[in-house]
Each structure stands twice: as C-alpha cells, then as structure tokens.
Design a protein around this ligand. Structure first.
Ligand code: MF3
Ligand code: CO
Ligand code: CO
Length: 256
C-alpha cells in the first residue's frame, strides 16, 4: 500500500488485492443491511435490530466496527426521523410512519465496509418518501462522476446542486471519509462544495459517499449522549452511504 502525501493530507492508495478484500467486506455489510431490513416494522426496538445485525456479522466471520469505537456502545447506528446520524439503538419501538437510517460497518479480515440506507417503517408520508428518494439520488449523482482526475469538490458540487434544486439542504457538520484498513482515514468527502476545489482523485483511493439531506435547514446539534446528531429545526433527515474504490477509468461500488 502506498501512502500519498498531498497538501497536508495523507491519502492511502489500495491495490488490486486490497480491492478484492474491500469488496468482500463491503458486500457483507450490504448483506447485513438486507438482512436487517426484513426486521423493520412498527413495534420492533432498535436494540433488537442492533443485536441481530451484530449476530449476523459474527456468524459471517466479521466484527462490527462501531462497537466500542471511541466509546460508542452499540454495533450499528439507527437514526430515526430528525436524527441526522449516529443514533444509538435503544429499547424504544419503531412507529408506523417513521423513517430510519441503519448504518453498518463490517470489519472482515482487517478490511472495512461501510454502508447505510434509509428505510420506511409501515406507511410513511409523501414528503418523507420524496426525501428518501432525493437523498439516494444525490448519493448516486456523487458516485457516477467518479474517475481519476476529478477533484473532491466536484463530488460535493453535484450532490449539493441536486439536493438544493429539489428544495432540500445538505448537512455540513458530517462528511464522508477515506476507509479501507481503518475506519476513518484521509480524505474527508464533503457533500457540498465547488467544482475544481480540493485534491484530485487517483486510482486506488477508497472512500465513502454518505450525504445527509434535510427537508429543512442544514444545521445540526449533538445531544448530551455525545453521539446522536439531530437537525436543529427538527426537520426530517435521510442518509445513504456506499464505500467506493477508484479504478483506472471510473469506480467500483464495494457495498452492493
Ligand atoms: N458508520 C459511520 C460512518 O459512516 C460511523 C459510525 S461511528 C459510530 O462513518 F461510532 F458512531 F458508530
Ligand atoms: Co462512513
Ligand atoms: Co457508515
């Protein structure tokens, strides 16, 4: 593995063998998400989903990356309605009409796969449905332009343009990140920005794109538990996340 020094940041470049392993870890994280999706319904607690996700990871030879990460107490993040990210599973039950983001990061053979999706619980409002769709599409806008030579700012620009032209806002306080043999590494991936800003993307880079999109304003605050981030105006927030690797002429999504 080469460590690239660019400006003040150190961005790791991963090789073909690393890509194989990252795809295994990413695919397991995605399958865990698929597995827990079937458990989502009104009346189920997020603790239950957390326990089942961790069990699934362990049964498949993997570990949860969030568990005990910087003191984080659970195996997954469950962010409901106006919770932007890092919601901590607890003994409260899901309600009909909730939206819930589930974020899973697997460690398999030393490689990390990080992915999340926002799901609906029972019947949800049309505006919640629309927010989920816009958020997914904004992530895909960011992914589909990926190739060596573009700038990090180009990713933020297309995501922000898409979200804002649809009347939504982009969270500034949290971003995507390099990932691979550690959970969070350089570079930061902002989901807003200007074309041409930031470092150039190179073959071998691996990072997440994980926009958090709000129906209201973009401002957030962290609750006294030290983790749970919510929208200041209590508006609904959604998020999707994929881990991607940059190839010779494009990208590969590891978390499918
Ligand atoms: N998976 C989250 C991310 O996308 C990070 C969760 S860290 C935790 O970066 F400690 F809150 F779990
Ligand atoms: Co992430
Ligand atoms: Co994540």
């Amino acid at each position: 593995m080469i460590i690239e020094k660019e400006q003040t940041s150190c961005v790791r470049l991963y090789n073909d063998a690393d890509f194989k392993n990252l795809k295994k870890a990413g695919s397991l994280a995605a399958r865990t998400l698929e597995y827990v999706e079937k458990l989502i319904r009104p009346g189920v607690t997020t603790d239950f989903i957390d326990k089942k996700a961790n069990q699934y990871l362990n049964e498949h030879g993997a570990f949860s990356a969030p568990l005990f990460y910087r003191g984080y107490p659970k195996s997954i993040c469950t962010s409901i309605n106006h919770v932007v990210c890092h919601g901590i599973p607890n003994d409260k039950t899901l309600n009909d009409g909730d939206i819930i983001n589930i974020d899973i990061t697997a460690i398999l053979d030393g490689y990390y796969g990080d992915t999340s999706k926002t799901f609906s619980v029972g019947e949800i409002s049309i505006k919640a449905e629309r927010l989920i769709r816009i958020t997914y599409e904004s992530m895909m806008e960011g992914i589909k332009i990926l190739k060596p030579g573009i700038n990090l700012g180009d990713i933020g620009f297309v995501i922000q343009s898409y979200a804002e032209s649809n009347g939504c806002s982009v969270v500034r306080d949290f971003c995507g990140h390099g990932v691979g043999k550690t959970f969070h590494e350089e570079p930061n991936i902002l989901h807003y920005g200007k074309k041409g800003e930031g470092i150039k993307i190179k073959k071998g880079m691996v990072f997440t794109i994980e926009p958090m999109i709000n129906l209201g304003e973009y401002h957030t605050k962290v609750l006294p538990d030290g983790w749970t981030a919510v929208t200041k105006d209590k508006s609904l927030s959604a998020q999707f996340e994929h881990t991607v690797g940059i190839t010779n002429n494009g990208y590969e999504i590891f978390t499918l």
